[in-house]
Write a new protein. Structure first.
Length: 293
């Protein structure tokens, strides 16, 4: 009988990653078709849907559902890259928050009102904020990865044995994080089902909340993970610039987590501040290495 460790190791293999990618694509296509079917049933009044429901008002909003599955795959990639590179692991956090923002655009696009003054309609204004924030996020993520390429020795550990031990500990953290991810996903789904099982229309209305609940709690777990990574890194390096950079990444993750509790313009500002802070920390880290080391 194969051990739990064996199955966890399988999740971090290259062949499994490629298989998972294909499976997620197929599920995303199927979910898009199902969501689109519900939109059509709602349009022809074959099912009763709450008036406040936003996900069944337009076929374009059906893109929201496959994006939710793509986000799940991005979470898996975040855990997958954790043992390999801390900066890539942080970059995946930024990719996740950008995809959450894009998904929100597809959900709200059906609420756009082209007949009124653009900046007087709250939905039109929210759409404008989200589009501009997405463009800026895309630029910031590009800069973040560009900065990463300049520093292959990102861990700041020159001793090969120490670097190997550090990677093994990161791998152990990733293996622990993986079942936590599945447990959180199951908990979020069960909670959503429990709260909406008494009403079909209420269930459809609550679809938009299930992933928000998951990512809210998942980023809380990531804050603790980032802190643990920082503490473990201190066992292998005392380089000031590495400690400051890793501490900055924790602050960046905290700002992302705080953005889930804020609405309106403040939500977008916190997201941009989080990613922008990570980019600046990385840029200063590179300058420190180039000029002083």
């Amino acid at each position: 009988m194969k051990s739990i460790s064996y199955w966890l190791d399988t999740f971090f293999s290259e062949p499994f990653r490629h298989k998972a990618e294909k499976i997620i694509v197929y599920i995303a296509i199927l979910s898009f078709a199902v969501h689109l079917g519900l939109v059509l049933l709602s349009y022809f009044q074959l099912i009763e849907v709450a008036e406040s429901n936003q996900l069944l008002k337009s076929p374009i909003s059906a893109i929201y559902t496959p994006f939710s599955f793509i986000l799940i795959y991005e979470v898996y990639l975040l855990i997958y890259y954790l043992p390999k590179s801390i900066s890539t692991y942080i970059g995946k956090q930024y990719e996740i928050i950008s995809l959450i923002l894009i998904r929100r655009i597809f959900k709200d696009i059906s609420l756009l009102d082209f007949g009124s003054e653009w900046f007087e309609n709250k939905y039109d204004l929210a759409f404008t904020y989200d589009v501009l924030t997405t463009l800026l996020l895309f630029l910031l993520i590009f800069l973040f990865y560009r900065l990463n390429k300049k520093r292959p020795d990102e861990e700041g550990i020159r001793d090969r044995e120490s670097l190997h031990n550090f990677i093994q500990r990161k791998y152990l953290i990733a293996k622990v994080l993986l079942p936590i991810f599945f447990a959180l996903a199951l908990y979020s789904f069960a909670r959503w089902m429990y709260e909406s099982i008494f009403s079909f229309s209420q269930m459809l209305e609550s679809i938009k909340d299930v992933n928000n609940i998951f990512f809210d709690e998942f980023f809380t777990v990531l804050i603790l993970t980032d802190l643990l990574l920082l503490l473990i890194s201190l066992l292998y390096t005392d380089q000031f610039e590495v400690v400051i950079r890793n501490s900055g990444f924790i602050i960046s993750t905290i700002l992302i987590r705080l953005s889930f509790g804020v609405e309106g313009l403040g939500n977008r500002v916190l997201i941009l501040a989080a990613v922008g802070f990570g980019v600046l920390i990385n840029a200063i880290f590179n300058l420190y290495k180039e000029k002083l080391v």
